[in-house]
Design a protein around this ligand. Structure first.
Ligand code: CAA
Length: 412
């Protein structure tokens, strides 16, 4: 099914504000923050003041309720200037979606207005040393003792860790259950026993901290159990990722566009063989491919985001989100690679931002589900959909039909 992409007035207004902030506070400071591995507090303050954190929060809780399409527009603009800052912004939506999608009314009222106002930043703690792609294999535990959950264990690759005030932490609350093992619990910065340990030294997105978060007997009130019901955390994590993946894909579109723009300007000024290199067909071929792929990604991302805004969580939207994430982030790596190639020797030097685009692009195909996992998600949906294509059966060779054993088909 194709999707109508309709931008609300609010989405366009938020995109314009994001572009302004990107030009004023993000792009000019990107190299400095990358080198120092420092968070861009000034840009984050400008984002908060411009109301951009309100983008993804429903209106009832102090947001604009502008949806995933508007979130994608904002993430794209910020990432065009600095991919690291793009994720520093978007990860707040990732950390908030478990509350938005699964929180109780009291929890939404308590936490979301502060997130919308940019007073509180958020992180999403799912991955662990031994549970990355296999997210349900996590082991951080939360045990109910009286009116409190006691959390023990370590999370890995917590983006925004240290900067964030709220942490959506996925924990095992029932180790005996297969389907209701996991719950999401909110932990606030400063809670005794909760510490940020190893701050990772990264290849790219260096302006946003990625850390280990340690939970040494952290006690939180039972009321911090997101949704107020134990055992639904894995589903909430999956739904959250479906909502957040278009945002990652949008970061990738921004990163692709940012690298393409630089390569385009460079190609028009750099002369070789007596003419700007943009006169050479091989360079034109590269620029054209970069532009086509970037635009194709953009349309896929907007369509996925618009579908989520229109229909909400659904298997079709899970597939769309995975397709957008996978395609756009693969494209970002390809475009960044070509952009370095257009820049030639200069592209390899850290003196110019193009090398940073290349380093930053790599993580896009890894975080929020590797692109191998995205393809697995897409394939599972496709296989399920094959069951709805019974009318095509007559076009399948008879002997193939006769040897068909439904039980041998991978379970979707
Ligand atoms: N929506 C709702 N429910 C879903 C769902 C979805 N999209 N996908 C699965 N579920 C449900 C299933 O229906 C099933 O429910 P029942 O038990 O009731 O049948 C249950 O969840 C288990 O589903 P699966 O059997 O499909 O689970 P699985 O173990 O085979 O794994 C997976 C599924 C897709 C591989 C999943 O583990 C996954 O997405 N892994 C990648 C993890 C990931 O993306 N991590 C990113 C970390 S965050 C990050 O990177 C942030 C950052 O730094 C910026």
């Amino acid at each position: 099914m194709t999707q109508n992409i309709v931008f609300s007035e609010k989405a366009l207004e938020l995109r314009a504000k994001a572009r302004e902030i990107a030009d004023k506070y993000v792009r000019p400071a990107a190299a400095k923050h990358d080198k120092a591995q420092e968070y861009n507090h000034e840009a984050a303050k400008a984002v908060a003041e411009a109301g951009l954190f309100r983008t993804f929060v429903p209106e009832e809780y102090g947001g604009y309720g502008a949806g995933v399409l508007a979130l994608s527009c904002v993430a794209e603009e910020l990432a065009k200037a600095d991919s690291g800052f793009g994720v520093a912004f978007a990860v707040n939506a990732l950390g908030s979606f478990p509350i938005i999608l699964g929180g109780t009314e009291e929890q939404k009222k308590e936490w979301l207005p502060k997130i919308a106002a940019g007073e509180k930043f958020v992180a999403f703690c799912l991955s662990e040393k031994f549970a990355g792609s296999d997210a349900s294999g996590l082991s951080v535990s939360a045990t109910l003792e009286g009116d409190e959950y006691v959390i023990r264990g370590e999370k890995k690759w917590t983006t925004n860790g240290g900067v964030a005030d709220y942490y959506s932490v996925f924990c095992v609350t029932d180790s005996t259950s297969k389907s209701r093992r996991i719950s999401a619990i909110m932990v606030e910065k400063g809670t005794p026993g909760f510490t940020v340990k190893k701050v990772e030294d990264k290849m790219g997105i260096r302006c946003v901290p990625v850390v280990e978060t340690h939970f040494d007997g952290v006690r939180v009130p039972k009321s911090n159990l997101i949704g107020g019901r134990a055992g639904v955390g894995f589903k909430h994590a999956m739904m959250t990722l479906d909502y957040a993946r278009p945002g990652v894909a949008a970061q990738a579109v921004g990163a692709s566009q940012g690298a393409l723009d630089l390569a385009n300007v460079y190609a028009n000024r750099r002369k070789q063989f007596g003419v700007p290199i943009s006169n050479h067909q091989m360079v034109q071929y590269m620029l054209a491919n970069m532009a086509m792929k970037t635009e194709a990604s953009r349309q896929l991302v907007y369509a996925a985001a618009a579908a989520i805004d229109e229909v909400g969580p659904s298997p079709a939207n899970s597939k769309r989100a995975a397709m957008a994430k996978c395609f756009a982030t693969d494209v970002a790596m390809e475009v960044a690679t070509d952009a370095v190639q257009v820049f030639g020797g200069y592209g390899f030097m850290e003196d110019y931002p193009i090398a940073k685009f290349f380093r930053d692009a790599k993580i896009l195909s890894i975080y929020e589900g590797t692109n191998q996992i995205q393809r697995m998600v897409i394939a599972r949906h496709l296989i399920r959909e094959a069951g709805e294509l019974e009318h095509l059966q007559e076009f399948i060779p008879t002997e193939v039909q006769e040897s068909y054993e439904p039980d041998s088909v991978p379970q979707a």
